[in-house]
Ligand binder design. Sequence first.
Ligand SMILES: [Zn+2]
Length: 411
Amino acid sequence: MLDKTSLNQYLEAQLPAALEMLRQMVGINSFTLNRAGLKHLGQFTADAFVPLGFTAEFVPSTNPKFGDHFVLTRRGCGPKNLALISHLDTVFPPEEEARNHFRWQVEGDRIFGPGTQDIKGGTVMLWLVLKALQTHAPAAFEATTWNLFLNSSEEMLATDFGDVCRAHFDAHTLAALVFEAEGRLGNEHLLAVARKGRAAWRVTATGRGAHAGGKHSHGANAVVQLAQLLPRIAALTDYSRDLTFNVATVTGGTVLNRVPHEAMAEGEFRAFTPEVYQQAKSALLALAGPGEVKAVTDKFPCEIQVEILTECRPWPRNASTDRLFEFWRQAGEELGYPTNLEERGGLSDGNQIWDAVPTLDGLGPWGDNDHCSERSPDGAKLPEFVEQSSFVPKAALNTRAILKLLSHGSN
Ligand SMILES: [Zn+2]
């Protein structure tokens, strides 16, 4: 096995080049709807991995508003292969970055900037780990086929990237490793072994419009109907089962002298297990049908419609992820980097692939405030940042754990 001191010395020596790569990546805006920026970043990333022997292929998104996904491959001389997952896009449009002066900024151990933690820092982590493997474990590195999958639209929860990954997996794919940021609890490195599923929904109440002065009793008020329904949706939340419903937006009515004929609300729900997720979905869909708000004149009822807009299924806790995590736990013990697991509420590409191959998430560096770009003078609001000092220990941990996986893992 690797000697910790020489591995860490090697990684420390590579860190300046890694951070310079990150600085350049952060300088390229890659908001999900910025197709040109995504192409630029995809090409930059592909070029960064060429010296390691990778070749690039791009796969158009099924949604033409999104950029191309990138797949980088280095063929090995043996049959085993590993999938390494990251994404290119961020949640920050260029105007928002400019408005909030949100750009690469080093302050002590912290580097602020769009994507420093989510997830350009993760892509740079991948590069560090592959460099370490190539130098310190050349036989294992050469024997393995490495597939890097870079999603162009992870932040918009598009599902076609999962199909791209699955099309490349085969019987010799040992695992899919997702380089989203790690969690922290005290000095423990936390990896993600489960993630909630999420459904976005829309509820529409349709009533009957009427003149608010002359024919008030003829109207069936859709706003009143929706207002009665929303507390019932909110009450579907059940913390004891990790199920949350969020009523997020409400619109309805037009002008003040009309009994409103339509009102609409949108929101989402999230759950960890497929069972709870399905029950929640059924409970929501069961609200559809005639409502209790009716016109006085002829009992004309409001009608309630429920639509599921998008779905990302849960990644539940499972035995093959737990087995994979064991390699990281052991590596952490040997290196003196305590490593533990967590189930996370947010989504990742892991949700789309966990049942195709054993999947582990949270292999990136540590930072905080992902998806935030604002900074207030009193420091109460801080934007996304990554901690420089988290790269070397985590890269060492990943390198050691991947070597364990390659020598013990079979699929
Ligand atoms: Zn994100």
